[in-house]
Structure formats: structure tokens, C-alpha cells
Design a protein. Structure first.
Length: 282
């Protein structure tokens, strides 16, 4: 069936068939096997192969034209652009997704699990859980506040929180609990160290983040503890840093004062630490 001929019913039927037949699991397992660790320079061939051999053909079957271009940030991590024009009189829809992952840390997984293979443990489909499911969207405090020094990070984290909010208000009556995890600084390589060859903008953003977040950064284990605690009472916002709730309330109560304060922080803390790159839009 041509993609333009799908109805809601046929789309749902096709999705169920793909799941029940095992094709979904096979596709997922094949894609997970690509070691697309963008922070590891030796992973560049895997990043290329993942887009060229896996994602581009999938888009092609949906009627998209695809091309892979060099990353404008100057790092060896390619960008896939896919375009499909159904009609020049129709609205333009732009979507964005990551084609990479963070480091797998294979030695830190428990016995029987690994980062590059799907392991099925039981049946976790929502329909088999009495109509109850749980979705935790990992975002950032930047999705509630902002992120000085990095427009893309601030905007995408706001989008992640907005999506989680939409999911919560749309599906909560069906027994699906949606929560948004919004920590500030966490002591991981993402905060503590960058990748060789990063763009000036990315390096500037990281310097800005360290300037603002170092003093209050917490461990990944503390984040995990906050998640477990929050899942017990189904609260929407999971805030490992309790002070974020206060900042969020102040932002809502007086947006103009909040923006003035953030701009002062940009001038006095971020730009001196990051240099000119700290003012880059991208």
C-alpha cells in the first residue's frame, strides 16, 4: 500500500502485524547492534553505516529522497537529510531525531545484558499489564528553564518536556503514566569532558555548562534514586535537583524578571568562561 493511501485503521493494523510477527523486534535488534557512539572517534564508520545501510533505505521505502552530508560542526558525525514532497500546497513539516547514542559502557551492564543487543525479559506490552504502562522521558532542567550557551540544547529539551506533557494529558486516563526527568548537572562525560574535534560552539556550551552546574552536579546514582522515588507516586516532573521547582515557579510568576536575571548570568558568568563561542546561536 502506498503511504498516501494509509487510513488510521490500516496503519494500526500494519503496526500490530509488524509487532506480532516479530519483524519489529528483528528491526530493533539489527539497529541497536550498530555501535553509534558519537563521542568515540573510532565510531565514525558505524555512524556512516547506520545512516547509509539502515535509515536511508527505510526512508526510501516511505517515498523520501535522502542524502548524507558532512556535519557542519566539523566533527566526523554525518547528517542525514530526508525529504518527501506530497504537494506544494501542503504545510511543511520538519522533524528531527538523533542517529547516535552516548557511550555504551558495556562493562557496567548486569550479567545477561549488553548495550548492542536487544534482550527480551518477559512480555512488557501495555495491553498485557491490565491497561497500565509507564513512560519516562529523559529531558533536562533546561526544558523547564533554559540553557545558556546552547540554543539547540535548550530548544530540544523544551520540546522533550512538551512532548511528555502532551503524552500525559492525552493518555493518563488509559492507565499510562508519563513522567519527565529534568535534572540539572550530572557528573557524566557529557558535562565533564568533550570529544576531540568539537566545534567552538559545542566547546563553548560545555564551558558554560561547567561554569553554571559544577557546584550542584550530582552522580548518576542519585538521579536513579530520584527516578525510583518519583515512580512510586506518579508525579509528572522528576526533579533530582529540588531547587529546580523553585526556579520554575519564579520563571512562571514573573517571566520578565527571570529573563533579565538570565541575561545578567549570560553576561557575567557564561561569556567570560566560554569566550566568543558562548554567544554562538548554533
Amino acid at each position: 500500500m502506498h503511504p498516501n493511501q494509509f487510513t488510521r485503521e490500516s496503519a494500526i493494523s500494519a503496526a500490530l502485524e509488524a509487532f506480532d510477527s516479530g519483524r519489529f523486534l528483528a528491526d530493533l535488534d539489527r539497529r541497536v547492534s550498530y555501535r553509534t557512539e558519537s563521542q568515540v572517534e573510532s565510531s565514525a564508520p558505524e555512524l556512516q553505516a547506520y545512516l547509509r545501510n539502515e535509515i536511508a533505505p527505510t526512508f526510501g521505502r516511505l517515498g523520501f529522497t535522502c542524502r548524507i552530508v558532512a556535519n557542519p560542526a566539523g566533527v566526523d558525525a554525518p547528517v542525514l537529510l530526508a525529504e518527501r514532497i506530497e504537494g506544494k500546497d501542503l504545510p511543511t513539516v520538519v522533524t528531527y531525531a538523533h542517529g547516535d547514542v552516548v557511550r555504551g559502557y558495556a562493562d557496567q551492564w548486569r550479567e545477561g545484558l549488553e548495550p548492542w543487543k536487544v534482550v527480551v525479559e518477559g512480555d512488557r506490552r501495555v495491553a498485557d499489564l491490565g491497561g497500565r504502562g509507564h513512560l519516562l522521558v529523559t529531558a533536562s532542567a533546561a526544558g523547564l528553564l533554559s540553557m545558556l550557551g546552547s540554543a539547540p540544547y535548550a530548544v530540544t529539551k523544551h520540546a522533550a518536556v512538551a512532548f511528555a506533557e502532551w503524552m500525559r494529558l492525552t493518555y493518563s486516563h488509559r492507565g499510562i503514566v508519563v513522567q519527565a526527568l529534568c535534572p540539572q548537572g550530572v557528573r557524566t562525560p557529557m558535562l565533564l569532558g568533550g570529544r576531540t574535534g568539537e566545534s567552538r560552539s559545542a566547546d563553548g556550551a560545555r564551558s558554560a555548562a561547567r561554569t553554571l552546574l559544577d557546584d550542584t552536579a550530582i552522580s548518576p546514582e542519585q538521579v536513579a534514586d530520584a527516578v525510583v522515588e518519583a515512580m512510586a507516586d506518579d508525579r509528572f516532573l522528576v526533579l533530582p535537583h529540588p531547587e529546580v521547582a523553585t526556579y520554575y515557579a519564579r520563571r512562571a510568576a514573573d517571566p520578565d524578571r527571570w529573563l533579565r536575571g538570565m541575561n545578567k548570568l549570560q553576561r557575567t558568568a557564561v561569556e567570560p568562561a566560554a569566550g566568543p563561542a558562548g554567544t554562538d546561536l548554533l
